[in-house]
Design a protein around this ligand. Sequence first.
Ligand SMILES: Nc1nc2c(c(=O)[nH]1)N[C@H]1C(S)=C(S)[C@@H](COP(=O)(O)O)O[C@H]1N2
Ligand SMILES: [Mo]
Length: 218
Amino acid sequence: MTDESKRDKLIAAKEAWAREGRRPKGGAEAGAGRRLPPGQREVHDFPVLDLGQQPNLSRKEWRLSVSGLVERPIDWSWDDFLAQPQVTLVSDIHCVTSWSRYDNTWQGVSARHLLDVVGPRPEAKFLMLKSFDGYSTNVPLARFAEEDVLLAHSWEGRALERQHGGPVRVVLPSLYFWKSAKWLRHITVMAQDAPGFWEARGYHMNGDPWDEERYGSP
Ligand SMILES: Nc1nc2c(c(=O)[nH]1)N[C@H]1C(S)=C(S)[C@@H](COP(=O)(O)O)O[C@H]1N2
Ligand SMILES: [Mo]
């Protein structure tokens, strides 16, 4: 099979699950006050999920731009990015395909700092995250502005591997992991919500794992 047809098959399968509203069976640990959201199971490896085309970018080639409803648009090189204050944050991953991975240590630039730099306008309510592989995903500005969100360049003390989104990915722990764009390229700040890649194919617009917002928002 060609890469192209493999990718089409994968996308078709996920669209079908989204149509069926397929929902993993709730694990024994699921429930109020628990660390594991409903329908999730803990894993100890770190699965790789993407569209099958992993951009091969050096840090020199990488750039990040932010535009839309902001006071001060940016276009950062790697050096600009590294010149920002750096944070280390530990968080859990919850993937909509039902795996969760606890205690991931990430290092990079906090989303709050990025927002301070660009200054969202009062009418700004949503972001579209866009990646070097053509992927996109929408997130509420309020979620992106939470304390534990970052643009990560390292995981467990090492440069983030290409397969996990290096040079830089978003890490947004309070939503399912499809919202954490790998190979981040651009952020558009918007007043109205709009669907990203999977959201246009039946995934939930918001994606909160505690409310099991997996598929089929109106
Ligand atoms: N650019 C890009 N980011 C992406 C994806 C993708 O296909 N392209 N897949 C998403 C999905 S569905 C998941 S579950 C996570 C997987 O991240 P991982 O491969 O590091 O586990 O990345 C998300 N970010
Ligand atoms: Mo995912």
